[in-house]
Design a protein around this ligand. Structure first.
Ligand SMILES: NC(=O)c1ccc[n+]([C@@H]2O[C@H](COP(=O)([O-])OP(=O)(O)OC[C@H]3O[C@@H](n4cnc5c(N)ncnc54)[C@H](O)[C@@H]3O)[C@@H](O)[C@H]2O)c1
Ligand SMILES: [Zn+2]
Length: 369
């Protein structure tokens, strides 16, 4: 029996949008889009060659059946290509194909395709609508929700971007079936992140069912993904522009982004970098006596239960520390960390002594040898 898709509404300044999640949604996408935009005739789908070869046919069939013409724009979705140059060439391609201000775009892929397509939609002809078809775990539980779009600069991640909420998000968990194990696990780190910062129940669930989740057992996966999606939707609905609450979603990302940048986006997946970042932030929180050691141990054990993290690039703690200041999330040269306060609770803390951060980083880099 197919399970009916769940629908979660996400609030945004310009109105709320639906986030559907359920098996078979790619196939039904046409019908749902037609209901949202009955006059739409053409859909410009941005994807990567790999994702398109796996899921393009299924998506296209449903779109065509609903009377939509499908135009495909393929991009290289390596993190190094999440750059303005890619946005520019996609925009040129849209012009060549006659896309006007009424064009509807779609992202079929992971966070890279989603962030690029969202930014393209935010800026093309000063803004067009787009939908998200997230195909990775990171994209389904995190990046496709909340309207943050953008690209990287040589100096750091996501330094050029815009808030541009999608018209809808359609997440089909079946798409996760073709995801390489490493990418799937990387995504689980974002799920763990959600649990630590805001959902104690999810934390416990993951402690109990991680092996089934890692094995992508459908019932366990559905339960976990739904909870993670609900949490993210709740947070961005309350703070779309990241003026307060939403900042806690950056748990693990301060150090994570620095590791990604220093590794030139090649040595670690985003989620893996976040895994390392969560370990550092958790140790730091314990070191500052903001988190009981037993809770710190449980958090680190949960991060580790996702699987062996890819080896850390060879880096000095001081180098990582310096890179933290290139992160846009620091304000007025004050470094802020999201620190866990318990299982399912976190807060943003500024003014942390350099020595404490370095000590937590040292524990990490020492462990790599
Ligand atoms: N906008 C946000 O709020 C937000 C939040 C979190 C992460 N992000 C961004 O998301 C990006 C990471 O996204 P990601 O982890 O999805 O990585 P990704 O987009 O790089 O995808 C990972 C790999 O999986 C492949 N792939 C995608 N779907 C597949 C499928 N169904 N089957 C087989 N292969 C598939 C891709 O081709 C790629 O090689 C980062 O750039 C990060 O900054 C953004
Ligand atoms: Zn992330």
């Amino acid at each position: 029996m197919p399970v009916r898709p769940a629908c979660i509404w996400v609030r945004a300044a310009g109105g709320r949008y639906p986030l559907w999640i359920g098996a078979g949604l790619l196939r039904q996408a046409g019908r749902r889009l037609k209901r949202l935009r009955p006059r739409c005739r053409r859909l410009f789908v941005v994807s990567s060659p790999r994702v398109w070869s796996l899921w393009g046919a299924e998506l296209t069939r449903g779109l065509r059946a609903a009377g939509l013409r499908v135009e495909t724009l393929l991009m290289n979705d390596r993190e190094e290509r999440k750059r303005l140059a890619t946005v520019e060439s996609l925009a040129e391609e849209l012009v060549r194909r006659g896309a006007d201000r009424g064009a509807l775009l779609a992202a079929l892929g992971g966070g890279v395709v989603g962030d690029v397509t969202g930014f393209l939609a935010a800026t093309y002809m000063r803004g067009v609508e787009y939908v998200q078809f997230p195909t990775t775990l990171v994209a389904q539980v995190d990046s496709a929700i909340g309207g943050k779009t953008g690209v990287n600069l040589a100096g750091g991640k996501n330094l050029v971007g815009a808030f541009h909420p999608p018209l809808a998000v359609l997440a089909d968990p079946r798409a996760l079936g073709t995801l390489p194990a490493r990418d799937f696990r990387a995504g689980l780190h974002e799920v763990v992140k959600g649990a630590v910062i805001g959902d104690r129940e999810l934390f416990r669930l993951l402690e109990r069912r991680m092996p089934e989740v890692v094995a992508r057992e459908p019932a366990a996966l559905r339960q976990v993904v739904l909870r993670a999606v609900r949490l993210k939707a709740r947070i961005v609905s309350r703070d779309e522009r990241e003026q307060g609450l939403r900042r806690i979603l950056n748990f693990g990302h301060t150090v994570g982004h620095a590791l990604e940048t220093l590794g030139r986006y090649q040595s670690l997946r985003h989620g893996e970098a976040v895994g390392y970042g969560m370990i550092v932030a958790t140790r730091l929180s314990a070191r500052l006596r903001r988190l009981p050691p037993a809770s710190a141990d449980r958090i680190i054990a949960l991060v580790r239960s996702v699987g062996r993290l890819a080896p850390l690039p060879r880096l000095k703690p001081e180098r990582i520390y310096a890179q933290l200041f290139a992160d846009k999330k620091k304000q007025d040269a004050e470094l802020r960390f999201v620190l866990p306060r318990g299982l399912g609770r976190a807060e943003v803390v500024g003014g942390i002594p350099r020595a404490a951060v370095l000590a937590a980083l040292r524990e990490l880099t020492a462990a790599r040898r």
